[in-house]
Design a protein around this ligand. Structure first.
Ligand code: TPU
Ligand code: MG
Length: 577
């Protein structure tokens, strides 16, 4: 079989496990899209705009391990690059492919449409270089295979986005055939000597401390070390908490799981036990201003091991070029058969006697009971009602996508059955991310129940992608919290800029349906209406169901209030003299 640059790229996509790629058309990429369409193993999926296309791919990468988005030059790519920045922040290998000017125009002095109006078109590549781990420009078919392979291989190894631009007259040019996929998929092994030294150092760190605790961070998944972390927890027997952004990256039904560690927004007694611990094994953790609650809850110093995807740091040592999974397996192996380091678990059971095996926190249980009593009465809907319903519909094959806003804290409070997953975008924090990401996720994981919790303010950024859920008949369940504004910002710092124009959200879905769609838009203003709407949503399989949940502007979680106060304090620090 003969290949072109475009069919080579499509074959590489299929080889790395992409069953879909996301696209928005434009004249610089039309020939490329034709070439990609020829590969029947990697379906083309369309988005309403390039920002959403990037986020859809980002969501797909969460479900599927990697993703691709194909856009046109500048007007398309510069929008998509925002989502690519997000993929970098969130450690997801998303390949952004941009159609580009004809190879004869490069260096010709010609001014082209969709550019900034100067004859130098290199600015897009330069921007992409800052936001990806590998960025290449293809203006000859001969160089295409090695450039494509370099970009894809680097993205998969680093779990970061990559960028490939292809001159529009080169995509259909003949090129060499792709070799075996292993060239892209097989990472180099850990450095043996460094790995042995690191296992020794971490093991003796653990043995030197009486009261260790394990903290799971959001880079654990990128490191492929979720199973290895369970092994380490079993070997140690100590408490395990997840950071907010890493919810569901450690099984919540594990006997040592105690909840979320997030300063004052932590699950009950988790902050106390981490303060009591004499050491922390931080696995793939990202400590930023939000996750440390304005730098107030930040495990650091000589009693903390920071074990990251490829480098582990402790007590004045750095061990580089080792895979986290190898380190954790090695330490777990070393500790096998030795006495458990379970003091934190014993103490946690004392201070939190009802939750030796974790379950919903007391607050959630109370809320659920009161919610069940309320559904018969026509009482005004509350935030707690919504959260209780979210909890009720979780199954082992549910994934909850939680948007920035009080949705973070509502989703955080849920107790996940084994297998249920949560997706947050806490490092990048682009409001509106969740709508296209839920679309991309549902495309990538058709056998799971995708549930989206999103605020009204966030929804208004990227609402169009609900139309693509309708187009592909994806039964995504959307809880849209209409609290009349940017409540998370209200809690950090209020002003008139936190008020938004209200929409008729249920009617928006009807608008997207036009004549051929089967999306459902429902509104709940009482507990009984929500109960009914959720039943309808669960039964509806022909498209998404959006439930607009109308609650008062200040009806939010206690965690949001206290976290917001800490963040506001950190933002307000005066400039250093
Ligand atoms: O539950 P709630 O009301 O807090 O959520 P909602 O309604 O979605 O409001 C979110 C408010 C918000 C803003 C305006 N959260 N963060 N921001 C700042 C922001 C602005 N623009 C982008 C692209 N991302 C942001 N995070
Ligand atoms: Mg809101």
């Amino acid at each position: 079989m003969s290949y072109t640059v475009g069919t080579y790229l499509a074959e590489r996509f299929a080889q790395i496990g992409l069953k879909h790629h996301f696209a928005v058309a434009g004249d610089y990429n039309l020939v490329l899209l034709d070439q990609l369409l020829m590969n029947k193993s990697c379906e083309q999926v369309y988005c309403c705009n390039e920002l959403n296309c990037g986020f859809s791919a980002e969501g797909y990468a969460r479900a599927n391990g990697a993703a691709a988005a194909v856009v046109t030059f500048s007007v398309g790519a510069l929008s998509a690059l925002n989502a690519i920045g997000g993929a970098y922040a969130e450690n997801l290998p998303v390949i952004l492919v941009s159609g580009a000017p004809n190879s004869n125009d490069h260096g010709s002095g010609h001014i082209l449409h969709h550019t900034i109006g100067t004859p130098d078109y290199s600015y897009q590549l330069q921007i992409a270089e800052k936001l990806t781990c590998a960025a290449v420009s293809i203006i000859s078919a001969e160089d295409a295979p090695e450039k494509i392979d370099y970009a894809i291989r680097t993205a998969l190894r680093e779990k970061k986005p990559a960028y490939i631009e292809i001159a529009c007259n080169v995509s259909a040019q003949p090129c060499a055939a792709p070799g075996p996929a292993s060239a892209l998929l097989t990472p180099p092994p850990s450095d043996h000597a460094t790995l042995q030294a690191a296992i020794k150092a971490v093991s003796s760190f653990v043995e030197k401390h009486e009261k260790p605790a394990i903290l799971i961070g959001s880079k654990l998944r990128a490191a492929g070390a979720e199973q290895a972390a369970v092994k380490l927890a079993d070997a140690l027997g100590c408490v395990v908490a997840t950071m907010a952004a890493a919810k569901s990256f450690f099984p919540e039904d594990h006997p040592n799981y105690v909840g979320t560690y997030w300063g004052s927004a932590s699950s009950p007694n988790v902050s106390e036990i981490f303060n009591w611990a004499d050491s922390v094994l931080a696995l793939g953790c990202v400590f930023n201003d939000y996750s440390t609650e304005g730098w107030t809850a930040w495990p650091k110093g000589s009693n903390v091991v920071n074990a990251d995807k490829e480098v582990t740091k402790l007590d004045g040592h750095a061990f580089d070029n080792i895979h986290l999974v190898d380190l954790l397996n090695g330490v777990a192996e070393h500790l096998k058969g030795k006495p458990k380091r379970d003091a934190t678990m014993v103490e946690f059971r004392r201070i939190h006697p009802e939750s030796a095996t974790p379950k919903e926190d007391d607050q959630s249980i109370k809320e659920r009971k009161s919610q069940i009593a309320r559904t018969s009465a026509d009482t005004k809907l509350t935030r707690a009602d919504i959260q209780a319903h979210l909890q009720k519909i979780l199954t082992p094959t549910t994934t909850v996508i939680g948007e920035t806003g009080d949705s973070w804290f509502n989703v955080m409070r849920t107790k996940l059955p084994h297998g249920a997953r949560v997706e947050f975008e806490m490092q990048w924090g682009h409001i509106g991310w969740s709508v296209p990401a839920a679309f991309g996720y549902a495309v990538g994981a058709p056998d799971r129940r995708t549930v989206l919790m999103v605020g009204d303010g966030s929804f208004q950024l990227t609402a169009q992608e609900v139309a693509q859920m309708i187009r592909r008949k994806l039964p995504v369940i959307i809880f849209l919290i209409n609290n009349a504004g940017y409540t998370i910002e209200v809690e950090i710092h209020d002003g008139p800029y936190n008020n938004i124009k209200n929409w008729d959200y249920a009617a928006v879905v009807e608008g997207f349906n036009a004549k051929d769609g089967h999306g459902k838009g429902l509104r709940a203003t009482t507990a009984a209406e929500l109960e009914k709407a959720v039943e309808t949503a669960l039964a509806h399989k022909e498209g998404p169901t959006l439930i607009e949940c109308v609650i008062p502007r200040d009806d939010c979680t206690g965690e949001l209030i206290s976290w917001g106060r800490h963040v506001a304090t950190a933002n307000a620090r005066p400039p250093a003299k």
